[in-house]
Write a protein that binds this ligand. Structure first.
Ligand code: C5P
Length: 222
């Protein structure tokens, strides 16, 4: 039998990461943060001082970058070329680099098998933009999370403020809209719901409510 997969796609700030981790934990399944792979390549490209317009160099960088996940602590740590890059991965710089790199078809192709390798027993919750459309089109359950741009900017604002990063709501909203547009308009794997995805608008919903809605899609487990 094939290993079960639940895909959770959506734009940045839709709550995908938080929801996916919580659902994976409840199910006792593995978790794939596919954005972290693109961010990892973005960070490695930054370390190597690569030009974000040099597609050839970025493709080579993708092949050369080792990305490891350390799940032994309370928090998932991400190792890029052996260095703990967990915090650097979450910066807006890494996100913007990831989004630019993710528009290169050869980069997406190079990361395909690395993502599919996460599909191991007892099951996988995969979080990203094209999990249900490209990477795991045969997933048993597909969710597409949305939230208004204002709410996503606000969530991001709270997160960053909590970390002591100084940002403005206006600036964040602009960044989110720009990243949405880039992700939705690129020619390869643009952000769009799979035809068979269940859409959940999380605007005004708490984490627990969304987690319950997602879990309700899966058959009851005894
Ligand atoms: O989800 P996260 O914000 O970490 O993703 C960072 C960037 O990586 C996104 O803006 C998107 O361009 C890209 N990405 C992607 N496909 C995925 C996951 C992320 O193109 N499956």
């Amino acid at each position: 039998a094939t290993v079960p997969v639940l895909t959770i796609d959506g734009p940045s700030g839709s709550g995908k990461g938080t929801i996916s981790r919580a659902v994976a934990q409840r199910l006792g399944w593995h978790y794939l943060d596919s954005g972290a792979l693109y961010r990892a390549v973005g960070v490695a490209a930054g370390w190597a001082d690569l030009d974000l317009d040099d597609a050839g160099a970025l493709v080579r960088c993708t092949f050369d970058t080792t990305i490891g996940f350390d799940e032994s602590g309370d928090e998932l740590r991400v190792l890029v070329n052996g260095h703990d890059a967990t915090d650097e991965l979450r910066t807006e710089t890494a996100g913007a680099a990831a989004s630019a790199i993710a528009a290169i078809p050869e980069v997406r192709a190079a990361l395909k098998d690395r993502q599919r390798a996460f599909r191991v027993e007892p099951g996988l919750v995969a979080d990203g933009r094209d999990m249900g459309t490209v990477i795991f089109p045969d997933a048993g359950w597909k969710v597409f999370l949305t939230a208004s741009a204002e709410e996503r900017a606000e969530r991001r604002y709270k997160q960053l403020k909590h970390k002591g990063v100084s940002v403005t709501m206006d600036g964040l909203l602009r960044e989110i809209l720009a990243r949405d547009a880039r992700d939705a308009n690129r020619s390869v794997a643009p952000l769009r719901p799979a035809e068979d995805a269940v859409r959940i608008d999380t605007t005004g919903l708490g984490i627990d409510a969304v987690v319950e809605r997602v879990l309700a899609l899966l058959p009851a487990r005894g």
